[in-house]
Write a protein that binds this ligand. Structure first.
Ligand SMILES: *[C@@H]1O[C@H](CO)[C@@H](O)[C@H](O)[C@H]1NC(C)=O
Ligand SMILES: *[C@@H]1O[C@H](CO)[C@@H](O)[C@H](O)[C@H]1NC(C)=O
Ligand SMILES: *[C@@H]1O[C@H](CO)[C@@H](O)[C@H](O)[C@H]1NC(C)=O
Length: 249
């Protein structure tokens, strides 16, 4: 059934590109749905051309999501190529269309499916004071989406209730949070691990050290206080200038 549908589609596609003059050739290959699957940071090459019987000096136009792509002069007549290098996140879902400058009704198009895994690797040292909040953050953007994101503490899955932990995932990042850090409960090695159907596991490690509280001076009130003291001193000196100068003599 699936094969039948695919071949029917290909047949239609073939007929379509034959009767209309415009066609697009791609590296990597386009699938039956007009989608090119490509990994982030890789390169896509699109070549738009006219089928044999059409005059080959006709000018071509490329559109990315409906907006005209700026082409060099030698890259317009009869055959025109567009290179996307490197492919970025924003190219996911982008549609590239090509048509004759003189006739917009004869148009071919392809879309990009940019695949990528969460950017997780290496390790980070984190220092946090007792009683302060702790927030560890991991990227979880992925296409296809991750099937799971897990946090571990010293090698075992984090038990949320036990350590007062909270985990939030918003589709872009996963955060492990503690409101008030305790040395015994929270000083440890943490790891976030994403699992993807296409890319497998990726993880990042955090070495968390809990330190004693340092006494923090409230800086702003202190500055305000110093200014007041300073002004008062100046006023006092000014009003007593005579007396002081007298003393000094
Ligand atoms: C534009 O192309 C279509 C499809 O090839 C064709 O039917 C139509 O006549 C063309 N129009 C012009 C103005 O050339
Ligand atoms: C893009 O490619 C991924 C991986 O093959 C697939 O799971 C996903 O369904 C594709 N998305 C689209 C819109 O084709
Ligand atoms: C994690 O392991 C380190 C080193 O073995 C240990 O010092 C620390 O107390 C452990 N943390 C927790 C919360 O069990």
């Amino acid at each position: 059934m699936l094969m039948f549908r695919t071949s029917l589609f290909l047949l239609l596609f073939y007929c379509g590109t034959q009767t209309l003059g415009i066609n697009i050739q791609t590296i990597p290959d386009v699938n039956g749905d007009g989608i090119i699957e490509v990994e982030l940071q890789k390169t896509v090459t699109l070549v738009c051309g006219l089928n044999g019987d059409t005059p080959s000096d006709e000018e071509l136009v490329w559109l990315r999501n409906g907006a005209v792509v700026d082409l060099k002069d030698g890259n317009k007549k009869g055959r025109s190529s567009v290179c996307i290098n490197p492919v970025i996140y924003e190219d996911n879902g982008a549609t590239f269309a090509c048509h004759l400058h003189a006739n917009t009704s004869d148009k071919a198009s392809v879309s990009l499916n940019v695949t990528y895994h969460p950017q997780l690797s290496g390790s980070e040292e984190v220092t946090v004071e007792i009683d302060s909040p702790l927030v560890l953050q991991c990227d979880m953007r992925a296409n296809p989406p991750v099937s799971s994101m897990t946090w571990s503490l010293n090698g075992s899955i984090v038990v949320l209730l036990e350590g007062g932990f909270a985990v939030t995932n918003d589709g872009f990042k996963s955060q492990l949070q503690v409101n008030k850090v305790d040395k015994l409960l929270h000083e440890a090695t943490y790891q976030c691990t994403s699992d993807s159907p296409k890319y497998g596991q990726h993880s990042k490690t955090f070495y968390v050290t809990v330190t004693e509280k340092t006494i923090k001076f409230p800086l702003m009130p202190m500055i305000a206080g110093l200014v007041v003291v300073g002004l008062t001193a100046i006023l006092a000196v000014a009003s007593r200038w005579k007396k002081i100068t007298k003393c000094c003599k």
